[in-house]
Design a protein around this ligand. Sequence first.
Ligand SMILES: O=C(O)c1[nH]c(=O)[nH]c(=O)c1Cl
Length: 311
Amino acid sequence: VDLSAQIANMSVKNLFLNASGIHCQTEEELDELMNEPVSGAMVTKSMTPKSRFGNPLPRYYRLANGSINSMGLPNQGFDYYMDYLKNHDQKKPIIVSVAGMSKEEDLEMLHQLQDNDGYQGLTELNLSCPNVIGKPQMAYDFEAADDLLHEVFSFYKKPLGIKLPPYFDLVHFDMIAEVLNKYPLSHVNTINSVGNGLWIDTNSETVVLKPKGGFGGVGGSMVLPTALGNVRGLRQRLNDDIKIIGTGGVTNGGDAFAHILCGAEMVSIGTQLYEEGLTTFERVTKELTDIMEAKGYKSLDDFRGKLKVIE
Ligand SMILES: O=C(O)c1[nH]c(=O)[nH]c(=O)c1Cl
């Protein structure tokens, strides 16, 4: 099911999904997402060919207005998730997130997905994990990303999207959009966490995360402005048929409304979902529905992408 078809005429209630990494690593977590009544889709933890423990703990820390993580791609491995898909009926679309430790691993998993006739799902290639020691965020290397996508689309014919890191320069929006517009992508998911932040416990004068000397990806409400800027900047530049999943900083219906004004087709929730639990979907959906009713909007299309500027 490709994203645009899946959300062609969805109602508000189908708008939300988890951010990859949140509540989606084990069969138990995936089952809970599958059976959660409100969210319209779900995404797996980014997977590697073999299972990984990930980075040493502590590797996640809650901040007053967000989170910082250096998980290091802990996941059960590609075959585990393929088995999950085979053995569970899909009450909602499951986006399969892949994040190889190298270009070869990305290609290896995508070949397996392409060659698996039983797999008709939507795949998301994560080019933005900031926490694998020694591994760069591929999407910050425009040429390498272009080369990878060129190779991927020479054989991959099923719906495929890309998970992007945040960019912080309009010229970088131009540059990544120029690359992505060359390919028949189903969607772009933006943003991933803001990479390589640092949090300090000043009492002990120590960092709070063990891996990488404390450096980790930052998420939660404090990254909302960066997330909105990236959704808006990419919506203004990407071909219309490349949909956008807006991720980053969503804690309530108003934040989701803002993402949709910037052009998001669907909205994923990460830090808030992790901290509050699966009831977040019901709360945020109700808040968004209330906002729409107050404004007289009947559907998402009444306001999606219609952000006004000051003339
Ligand atoms: O450390 C992680 O596992 C991780 N953490 C993030 O914040 N984004 C990612 O894409 C990944 Cl793969």
